[in-house]
Structures are given as structure tokens and as C-alpha cells.
Ligand binder design. Structure first.
Ligand code: DGY
Length: 331
């Protein structure tokens, strides 16, 4: 029987399902393994189920039997895919099943930032509310404004689609323009990054984290935004230069921000904690019971199929670097 590691705690029924096919070492205590511990755990494993753990050349070198690492996440910036290719290891991820849930979260953060929801609630809980006032906690409108989406993949499109009900103009920036029929369906207009930053009232970041997208938003970009604009990040830490954003918010160069992801998370820039104009959540973009179950099951499907078991044997549903599989067959 092939051996696998489930590196993080996950739904018990998913562990049971994996146990029908494999000898499973699980981690339901949810110990966070160091890189060296993970390498040692993987030394005799054929497959691994991870949820954002960094898998790089040194870990792969410690795991000579390893064939597949299944990420319970759509983003896979935790994988060194070049190292996977060199080692002949397949990486898989969980696209699509979280699109709508994550888009909902983008809207929740954008609206909470624009309408000062967290700040209002914190203040109300102090007991200081004693009257209505014409200028109390006024924010900025969502309806009728311009939504700017940076990163028009499947989640970006789901964010943009929701703008229709709010009568918004939609502008977007992406590495390449999306198909004309998608632009038409979303009523979305392509702009270069500078034009988008100057035009949009509410910017939502939905792009993958790569060396190229590192600090897509820094001091220069924040300086181009409207002073009334909001910025929401549901993608990855590192896409925003968090130190620059703290300064921009402190100096009120933009109105507000909604952040679900941070540079160096789970730590975050302490400057954010002092700022009333930022809504902060702990990387919960995909966190509904149904969506997390769908992600866990898709990650399990990938692992089972990639290791040649189950109804989709040999055909994992969402491989990242499928070319390596041909090398297994010919090996
Ligand atoms: C993803 O799927 O990439 C999410 O950020 C993990 O929850």
C-alpha cells in the first residue's frame, strides 16, 4: 500500500476516504511542521496532502519516493514548481470550487471598508453612541461607483459579475485581456494599471502571487489612487507592500482597505492594528464549511488519482505540472 502524509488537520471523513487507498499518516493535532520535520516525514511517502506548506528543492531531495503533493488551495506559490519538475513530482491544487465564496469575501471586505463597518462596531461596543449625527461615520458609496479588478481570472470574474446589481462601472487589469465575450458579459473595460489606479473607486486584488506580482501595489501605486478609494486584497500577502499601505492609510492618502492576506502571515504589520480605516481578517477568503469541504475533497481526489487509485486513476482533476506524469509512465 502506498504511503501518504496529510500534513495538516482536515475533515476526518476525508482522512477516512484517503485511508481506503493508502497507509495514511495524519496530523489531526495540527502541529506546524518545520521544513526539516516535513522533509523527515516525507522520506518514506509516495504522496502528500498539504495546505499552503512550503515545498521546495530541499524537501523534495529528502523525499525520494514522492510522486505527488496535493495543495488544499488554489494558490500554489508555496510550491517551487521548477524544483517539482526537476524532481518529477506532480503538484495539484483546488481551482474553481472556491471562486464564488472567495468573491463573496472580496465584496464583504470592500463593503466593510467603504462603509466603515469594523470601525463602527468597535466604537458602538465602547458604549460611546449617544445620538444620531449627520456626519457620524460617513463612508464612501459602492453603488454607482467604479470597481477596479486587478487579476481577471476566475475569481476576479466572479467579483466583477457581482458589480451589476450595484450599477457599477467595471474596469480591470490583467496580464492579458480576457476574451471579448467575457468582457461583454461582465461589461468590463480593460485599462492599463496606471489608468485603473487613477480611475477606480474600489480596487480588488485577485491575482496570483509570483515574482512578477510581488508589490504590485506599493507607494507609487497608492499615490495614484483617489483619496476616496478603497483597496481590498483577497489574493496573497506580498502583492501589496504592507509597509507602504500602512503609511498611505495613516496619511489618509486612500480612504480605507480590506485585507484578508498579509506579508509574512500569520504575522502582520503592527501598523495595521492602530488604523481604524483597515478591515482585517485572517485569510478566510474560502472559509465556508461547504467550500472548505469541496477543497478538501478535490485535494483528496487529486492525490488518489495521481497515485493511480480510485475512479479517476491516472487522471488527477487539477494537475499544475501534468507533463511530469509522462515521465512516470516511461520511467
Ligand atoms: C487558496 O485557495 O489559495 C486560499 O487562499 C487558501 O484558503
Amino acid at each position: 500500500m502506498k504511503k501518504i502524509l496529510v500534513a495538516r488537520a482536515v475533515f476526518p471523513d476525508v482522512i477516512d476516504r484517503l485511508g481506503r487507498y493508502f497507509d495514511v499518516e495524519s496530523n489531526q493535532a495540527d502541529h506546524i511542521f518545520t521544513s526539516a520535520e516535513l522533509g523527515a516525514k516525507l522520506a518514506d511517502k509516495d504522496g502528500a496532502f498539504v495546505a499552503g506548506e512550503r515545498i521546495d528543492a530541499s524537501i523534495l531531495a529528502a523525499a525520494p519516493r514522492l510522486r505527488v503533493v496535493s495543495n488544499m488551495a488554489v494558490g500554489y506559490n508555496n510550491f517551487d514548481i521548477d524544483a517539482f519538475n526537476r524532481a518529477g513530482v506532480l503538484g495539484t491544487n483546488t481551482p474553481d470550487v472556491l471562486n464564488e465564496t472567495t468573491a463573496d469575501m472580496g465584496w464583504a471586505l470592500m463593503m466593510a471598508a467603504a462603509r466603515r463597518m469594523s470601525e463602527s462596531e468597535r466604537w458602538l461596543r465602547t458604549g460611546a453612541w449617544d445620538r444620531w449625527a449627520y456626519d457620524m461615520l460617513t463612508g464612501v458609496d459602492i453603488h454607482g461607483s467604479t470597481l477596479g479588478v486587478i487579476g481577471m481570472g476566475r475569481i476576479g470574474q466572479a467579483v466583477a459579475r457581482r458589480a451589476k446589481g450595484f450599477g457599477m462601472r467595471v474596469v480591470y487589469h490583467n496580464r492579458s485581456r480576457v476574451a471579448p465575450e467575457i468582457e461583454r458579459e461582465l461589461n468590463a473595460e480593460y485599462l492599463d494599471k496606471t489608468a485603473l489606479l487613477k480611475t477606480a473607486d474600489h480596487i480588488v486584488l485577485v491575482l496570483p502571487y509570483t515574482a512578477q506580482s510581488h508589490h504590485t501595489i506599493g507607494a507609487a501605486e497608492l499615490a495614484l489612487m483617489k483619496p476616496t478609494a478603497t483597496l481590498t486584497n483577497i489574493a496573497r500577502g506580498g502583492i501589496i507592500d504592507d509597509a507602504a499601505l500602512v503609511v498611505a492609510l495613516r496619511e489618509r492618502r486612500i480612504a480605507a482597505a480590506g485585507l484578508d492576506v498579509f506579508e509574512g502571515e500569520p504575522k502582520l504589520n503592527p501598523g495595521f492594528l492602530e488604523l481604524p480605516s483597515v478591515v482585517l481578517t485572517p485569510h478566510i477568503g474560502s472559509a465556508t464549511e461547504g467550500t472548505r469541504r469541496a477543497m478538501a475533497n478535490l485535494a483528496a481526489d487529486n492525490l488518489i488519482a495521481a497515485l493511480g487509485e480510485g475512479p479517476q486513476a491516472g487522471q488527477p482533476p487539477s494537475p499544475i505540472n501534468p507533463d511530469v506524469m509522462a515521465r512516470w509512465v516511461s520511467a
